[in-house]
Design a protein around this ligand. Sequence first.
Ligand code: PRP
Length: 208
Amino acid sequence: MESITLALAKGRTSEKSIALLQNAGFHFDDFHDQTRKLVFYDTEQQIKLISVKALDVPTYVENGAADVGIVGKDNILESQSSVYELLDLKFGKCKLVVAGLTEQKLNTKTKLTVASKYPSVAKIHFESKGIPIETIKLNGSVELAPLIGMADFIVDIVETGRTLRENGLSVIEEIEDVSTRLIVNKASFATKSALLEPFISKIKNALE
Ligand code: PRP
């Protein structure tokens, strides 16, 4: 039987994604947040769920390794993948921001160095303002970079603001609101519509 392959972002939103799928009628009994398993099937074998790094979800969906993906808007923007973004799932809400030392202002006279898990987002944002930057790609603890003089600013997600506060940093500019989205492979959207349309409408109903 043909099934839908769904790429799910590992990490902070995975439990909420599974809860949403459950509300939509898709049950993954052996999924839990500590598991090392990477492939799961729902009890009715309609969905093959693959658990992947958040930034890789749009890549899996773009090249058709997965038909659909559940991932944050931050990772969709960073990957610059060509996929359909169909639904805002309204959880995992945070903001992409430029942050820096509290007293620091954006100084456009010199080339700025910006550290980020999102170097493409950072580059596009600063270039849209006509500010050339050097980016430093980090994979975590990004807040450290301005504190040790490694970068002038960071581009990162902020949820509660606690990490910035506890490190003496503050938001300089907001870039974009982020939440978890349902994305779809462009070819699958056409060729697997008989499977995808009911799936998407069940997710939509579960959101309401
Ligand atoms: C994210 C982000 C910030 C923090 C923001 O990091 O990169 O560091 O959360 O959350 P807050 O505003 O609620 O403090 P994450 O927890 O994913 O850890 P990491 O630094 O290892 O990437």
